[in-house]
Structure formats: C-alpha cells, structure tokens
Design a protein around this ligand. Structure first.
Ligand code: SF4
Length: 414
C-alpha cells in the first residue's frame, strides 16, 4: 500500500466502490488490499460481521495453523508521571500523587524482574509516562541526582541492567522516541512498542481525549514507528477503539500500519485494544467499546494486515468472553502476568493461565508461550537483532522460537 497525503497531518483515503465480496475474496486469496479495497470494508453492516470474521479466521488458520500465543511477563511501571493528559487515563500521576516513589529505583526494577524470571516469565514490560522531566522539576531533579538527563536515558540504563542481571528480556514502551533514543535502547530490547492509537485528527481537537496530549498527535507517533523501521527494531503497535474515532478512522489507522509493515517489515504485532471507561477521568461517562465493534475491527485488521500479521486482543479487557475474538482472526493474547497487575487497566485482572489455556483449547487451538520478540524476527534471520541480543534471545527459545520448556514451565506457577 502507498500512503498519500491530504491537507491534514496524516493520509486520508478516498471513498470506495469495490464490492465487499470482491475484497474478501482478494484478501483470503492472500493478495494485499489497496486503500480503496480497505475502505469498502466500511460497508459491512452488522449482518456482514460474521462474513468478515470467517474470512479473517480463515486467513489466520492458513498462516498460523492452530497455534495461539501469549507472552509471560511482568509489568514494570518505571514512572507514572507524564507530561501529557489523556482523557481516559488513570495511569498518570503528578509528583504529589506519586509520593516519594516518583521513579522505580534500579533495585526495585531488578526485584520485580527477578521475581518474574523465577516464575518462568521472559518479558519485562516497561510502560511509563511520556517525558515527565519536561513538565515536572521533581522528575528532572530525581534524574539529575542519579546522572541522567532524561527518562529515556534512565530507562536505557535499567533495561541494560535487566538484560545483564536476569533471564528476562526488556520490552520498552516509553512513548514517542527520537532516532537516537531508539538506537540507545536497541541493544537491550529485542522489541519495543508504541500504540498508534488512532490517526484521527478529531481526537486532538478541543474537547477530544488527546487535546492536552501532544505526544498523541498521529504524525509524531507515525514518525516513531517509521524510525523504528529504519533502525530494524521489531515493533509492537496497535489501535485503541471506542475513544471517539469512526470506523473509517480505524481503517485509515490500520492502513497506515500496513504501509509501515510493508515498507520495513518490523511491525511484529498489532494490538486491537478496546476502550474501557474509568471513573474520575474526563471520559468516565463514555460507554465501553462494544463487542460488535471490537469483532468488526479485529476482522478488518486481519484483512488489511494480511495472513502473516500477528494480531492481538488483550484478554483481560474482555474478561467475560475473550475467547470469541479467536473467531475474528487473532493469534495472540499478548502479555499475561502471574505477578503484576495491568497498571494501565488496574480494574481488569489477567485471566488465570489455566483459564486462558482451557478457552484457547476449547476453540481448537494450542496455547504456546512466546518471547517478547516473535520467532520470525530471530529464527533463521540476522536481519533485526544485534548479535549479542540474538544470542541471549536464542538461548531462551526452543527450536521453533517459542519459550523453551513450553507450557510445562508454568505447570504450578500461575
Ligand atoms: S495515556 Fe499515556 S500519554 Fe496519556 S496521560 Fe496516560 S500515561 Fe500519559
């Protein structure tokens, strides 16, 4: 796909007149959709969702067989401080709310990572607020006192520590990054991540959820994704649905991701995350994203991103019926932790591993633990990981590139 530019920040697509059945036939035959094809998916009424899901599931089966993965992880919220204010966020805290622990210390980080390794986890997920030192003198002082100019410099330091002192692999999600910041993190992170969320410009207009979040500008986020591609970093991204964007916005966001994936090959997985309203936020009264909207979006994501894409729905955000998204073409559940909560969605506990396994198997799939980097980025290729990292990752993997020891590893630990 080739992006094209309109008067705003990000590409908009033209209207489509291609019949839906033609587009489904094209996608299931393994051909890449054009932007015009992708827009025809908009026509799908509620009676077409089943058709889209069946096509998406067929494409997944052709490429992934019956394997569905998850990443056994610990969640490390290095800092809750953030320069931005998003209308749905309960993760961010100002220094007064954060109290004395405005950043986790290296000792605290290593304690969590080591405890995770002891339970058989392999991913140390670093999620943190965006550049708090640009807003809060307390953050700047904390960093300077320890010899760091920025949060990203400190993050690089603790990622190096975790990689060298534990059997965990860091996966950094620090928000938008410059080229040199990605390059600094690269030797210690076999993959990194940044949710695109949406290319919708309306979301940062007055009253929108991103009005006071400069780092959520689509152009800035797409730039980080592009830089990661240029640097050959396996990268996780995704979209957030139900925050005021339209279906057309979602298609445009997915097309933008597909463009980057086609250009650089580094988009290792795409998360389709549903919005859940949280009390005491600006969007506290908004309805949660509807199940049909999530099904439609997951299936459309598979059709646009193709059979080889890794597509994930977080099971803890659809606790009642998460297994239904297997019918819409996903092949991954993302990170699941036996030790730490989902600090971004603290009200949503991870499913027990036995539940995840039982539901996955009941739908006819085999559940496998994976590393934070997918096998196709290190097994039989040296195109992505630096040599030292490749060796460390390979030492944790089995012959198919999944976590060594498989599900047996967690027999009594989750
Ligand atoms: S969602 Fe992320 S960027 Fe937005 S306020 Fe929360 S921590 Fe900051």
């Amino acid at each position: 796909m080739t992006a094209f530019v309109h008067s705003g920040d990000v590409p908009r697509l033209p209207d489509s007149t291609v019949p839906l059945s033609e587009v489904i036939a094209k996608a299931t035959a393994g051909a890449a959709l054009t932007e015009v094809d992708a827009l025809s998916l908009l026509d799908a009424g509620s009676d077409s969702i089943q058709k889209l899901c069946a096509a998406a599931a067929f494409m997944r089966d052709q490429s992934k067989g019956n394997i569905v993965t998850f990443s056994p992880k610990v969640f490390i919220p290095l800092t809750h401080m953030c320069r931005d204010f998003c209308g749905y966020c309960t993760f961010r805290k100002d220094p007064q709310q954060a109290g004395k622990d405005i950043y986790m210390t290296p000792e605290q980080v290593l304690d969590v990572a080591s405890a995770g390794a002891a339970m058989g986890c392999t991913e140390a997920l670093f999620t943190l607020g965006e550049r708090p030192e640009q807003r809060y003198p307390e953050a700047k002082e904390w960093l300077e006192h320890r010899g760091f100019k920025t949060t990203l410099e400190y993050l690089t330091h603790v990622c190096e520590l975790v990689l060298s002192e534990t059997k965990m692999l860091p996966h950094a999600n620090p928000g938008t990054m410059a080229r040199r910041e990605i390059a600094a993190l690269q030797p210690f992170n076999p993959s990194m991540g940044l949710m695109l969320e949406s290319t919708s410009e309306a979301l940062y207009a007055v009253g929108g959820p991103h009005e006071f979040a400069p780092s959520k500008r689509p152009r800035v986020r797409l730039r980080t994704l592009e830089l990661a591609g240029q640097l050959r970093v396996p990268f996780t991204t995704g979209i957030l649905i139900g925050i005021g964007e339209t279906r057309r916005d979602r298609i445009e966001s997915l097309v933008a991701i597909a463009d980057l994936k086609a250009q650089h090959g580094h988009v290792q997985e795409v998360i389709i995350q549903n919005f859940r309203a949280k009390p005491l936020t600006a969007m506290g009264d908004f309805p949660d994203a509807e199940t049909d909207e999530l099904l439609w979006t997951v299936a459309v994501a598979r059709l646009i991103l193709g059979p080889n894409a890794n597509i994930q729905v977080p099971p803890n955000l659809s606790a009642k019926d998460y297994h239904i998204y297997l019918d819409a073409g996903i092949n991954d559940w993302g990170g699941v932790s036996p030790l730490t909560i989902d600090f971004v969605n603290p009200e949503a506990p991870w499913p027990a591993l036995t539940d995840l396994k039982n539901k996955t198997e009941a739908a006819g799939f085999e559940l496998r633990p994976r590393l934070p980097v997918y096998p196709e980025y290190f097994l039989n290729t040296k195109d992505f990981l630096p040599d030292a990292l490749q060796q460390k990752v390979s030492a944790l993997a089995d012959s198919e590139g999944y976590v060594q020891g498989g599900m047996q590893r967690y027999a009594s630990k989750f």
